[in-house]
Ligand binder design. Structure first.
Ligand code: 5GP
Ligand code: ZN
Length: 114
């Protein structure tokens, strides 16, 4: 989609600090980090929500989650642990409608989240 910010990150039209990339997904640092590690992982194809991606391309959703684990290991937060968040819908705080996993860690993470 030409008017989608994260599609433009996939094509390189919008710059991002990429930390990992596969044929199907890209992981890059959030521009406004909420934790010492805050990486976003997106599929290269445009799908608005995580459920859309699960329906349309479950293999890519699995790859996205495994890339999250790989990023967490590289960042040294696999242990003690990290959080994966998919905000879905405006009421949950989704502002970019190209599905993205937030991978957060490196500080104490409260449960339940706000
Ligand atoms: P959402 O609120 O949709 O769950 O998450 C969108 C995330 O994208 C936010 O955490 C926000 O900081 C991040 N973000 C918005 N614009 C950009 C950008 O241009 N570059 C990067 N790297 N992150 C962005
Ligand atoms: Zn998109």
């Amino acid at each position: 989609m030409t008017d989608c910010l994260f599609c433009k990150i996939v094509t390189g039209d919008v710059p991002a600090t990429v930390v990992e990339e596969t044929d199907r997904v890209v992981a890059f640092r959030d521009i406004n980090p909420q934790a010492p590690t805050h990486v976003l992982i997106i599929p290269k194809g445009h799908h608005p929500t995580v459920a859309d991606l699960a329906r349309d391309d479950p293999a890519t959703l699995a790859e996205l989650l495994l890339t999250g684990e790989s990023v967490a290991k590289a960042e040294g937060i696999r242990d003690p642990g990290y959080r994966v968040v998919f905000n879905t819908g405006t009421g949950a705080g989704q502002t970019v409608f190209h599905v993205h996993a937030h991978v957060l860690g490196g500080r104490g993470l409260n449960w339940p989240p706000g």
